[in-house]
Write a protein of this length. Structure first.
Lengths: 400, 400
């Protein structure tokens, strides 16, 4: 042995699926612009409010009480019970505790689902544009993603369910539906959900429902929630619903999510948690319990704030010729098209340079996203107004 | 469509690798005994001290300061810098910040490593007995584990490196070495590490080094640390070192670990973090910074306490005929054999019933573990003494 370095670099010796994972287009743009002085960043999916104190202080109490040991892999019992109660309150349907697992983020709920379902070469059919991490989680497991783009017409986003069904082939294991949608704000109508359930049952497919933005619903009256697959499907159907504490309670930085799955999978999911991260901090979970039991006013206020933010950005952008602005029904993003624009990353960089505003490029969200930009309106109204003051004149110039 | 349930149950429709993941034998026994009144549990790998206040209060301050947003995927810069300094202090070798990634537990560092390296059918060669989660993480990625058992002779655990090399074949991607070892306390000698590095270089293999117990070293003088692959290998070699805050600073419940890998893999690892959990709470990471910068006295006190615990259990068990007691050089477990015992799960259950003491069955730790029991001596001396008072008379009866 002569101690020389190996003949090829280390990067060449990892799995091609991993070496080939694309950098998020959102990060490409954010890395381009994040150090600019005075930049108004609207590219990420979070608002500008820290977690409410009453939630944080519940975690502080639990930490000081010494809840710093290994804990239940599927979440502390009070949190799983509080989630069961919460879902019952929202949807009027029983979701038994043994169907619920607390996870280290909604992202982890998706990754554990991919680990459970996707063998190399298996296909995942995904409604797009979509949060790009879904693609990558499937690819890590050797999966193949088939995209079914929704379409914007007459100021609304729509999906023809028959196109979703037509994309499912013999290697399809699951369909992935994010409603309300990040980035488009589209909400799948309940009658379409019923059709998807019937199709999935007939074909033995899994439905993976990302319902993270289910509370962020506009124009349907106060306290409205988006339709949920939990309302439609039985406890033993092949449904996995993923969700998170991040958005409803301004807890993006806590990394706590949950998943609902058939009870029969409980032991398998417990194993997956064990072998991925071995649970999440018990003391943080006490904060999450408080979010569920005492956080409804905070959710209502945040949704109301986002509704106002939506109106600010839609009102200012809707009148610009050459922009395609479908007012979002839900979530907290405006996904707007710029006519004739074929390179949304270049456009996002130009808006950083010329307007000092950071938006996410539509191409990052997969099929149907190129030519669009995503703007998060979860921040303060003053901040959004200032961003519009900068953006509007430049977009008026660009979108001609 | 008639709305009937799918023809087979949901459990039958997940990946066979996932449906077939074994329940941890440790949990089998813990579930059998955990509700027993007065039971003394020594089965898990943690002590009985909550996290020191000075660490918890640093996290509380960061939480109250509003560090509740999305953060750096590879860890906040002050934590990565503090880890680089810490490793330099311990080993006298430069470990550049761009080689370091903070993870949501040492377990996650292992899982991310498997995702990066293991294609279906790839082999991982593992020195056993070993913490069983390593097997399962490889299996989730479709990997195959080849076990190379160490042997106990003359009161010491040993591994013949040539047996490790002989187990490596054309499909082998990596060797996994946990030193100091959970469960045996074995420490790989530095000269053997050098041989492993030479072999791995020649064959293009990765070394995955689990150095979680590197601070828990006995009989080598105060402040001694176990040899580390970081001292031997260059920054571009195919080495991944996994570690955790759990043991050194009594932070099992915090779920914070780290990994050191070639800098060239930084972007790929960042992607893996993004698509698994998207980082971990920034406010907790400030607690981890404080553990590194102000926690040396706490580590020293904990190691000293474990040394005393080791002496209590070894002194009491060494004299029993029919027990094989190799005094551990490191980590905080005694892994002792019971002559003629072919079912360590049954034996562990019997000790719950007859002694009211909870031990982990050796069979849970893979090849070479059957017939052994693992006892964690990280708890209080009073607790350990009481456990010995109960165990000794019964083991004297059994081990004849």
């Amino acid at each position: 042995m002569d101690g020389r370095k190996p003949p090829s670099g280390t990067f060449a010796s990892i799995r091609p699926e991993i070496a080939g994972l694309p950098e998020s287009g959102i990060l490409t743009v954010a890395n381009y612009g994040r150090e600019r002085e005075g930049l108004l960043p609207l590219w990420f999916g979070e608002g500008d409010l820290p977690t409410p104190d009453f939630i944080s202080e519940a975690a502080v109490r639990a930490l000081r009480d010494g809840h710093t040991f290994y804990t239940y892999q599927r979440g502390i019992p009070p949190l799983r019970e509080a989630l069961s109660d919460y879902l019952h309150r929202l949807y009027g349907t029983e979701v038994a505790v043994d169907r619920i697992t607390v996870t280290s983020s909604g992202m982890q709920a998706i990754m554990l689902t991919m680990q459970a379902l996707i063998d190399p070469g298996d296909e995942l059919v995904v409604v797009t544009p979509v949060w790009p991490n879904v693609y990558s989680a499937a690819r890590i497991m050797g999966g193949v993603v088939r995209a079914v783009p929704m379409e914007a017409a007459d100021g609304r986003w729509r999906l023809d369910p028959d196109r979703l069904f037509a994309a499912c082939g013999p290697r399809t294991r699951a369909v992935f539906i994010n409603s309300p949608s990040n980035p488009t704000g589209w909400i799948m109508p309940r009658e379409d959900m019923v059709r998807v359930v019937e199709f999935a049952r007939a074909r033995g497919l899994w439905i993976i429902a990302d319902e993270v933005y289910g509370r962020f619903v506009y124009d349907r009256g106060p306290g409205a929630v988006a339709p949920s697959f939990l309302e439609i499907i039985g406890p033993d159907d092949r449904l996995i619903v993923v969700n998170t504490f991040s958005k409803n309670w301004s807890m993006t930085g806590w990394r706590i999510g949950w998943m609902v799955a058939p009870a029969e999978l409980g032991a398998a999911i417990e194993n997956l948690v064990q072998f991925n991260t071995s649970g999440l901090p018990a003391f943080l979970q006490y904060g999450a319990v408080t979010a569920l039991t005492e956080g409804e006013a905070a959710v209502a206020a945040l949704v109301e704030r986002c509704r106002g933010g939506r109106d600010i950005v839609c009102d200012r952008l809707a009148g610009i010729d050459g922009l395609s602005v479908a007012k979002p029904e839900g979530a907290f993003y405006l996904f707007f098209g710029v006519e004739g624009e074929a390179d949304s990353i270049a456009l996002a960089k130009r808006l950083i340079d010329e307007a000092g505003v950071g938006l996410a490029p539509g191409s990052a969200f997969g099929a149907g996203g190129e030519g669009y930009l995503r703007l998060c309106f979860a921040g303060s109204h003053a901040h959004l107004t200032k961003a519009m003051d900068r953006l509007v004149p430049i977009l008026e110039r660009i979108a001609r």
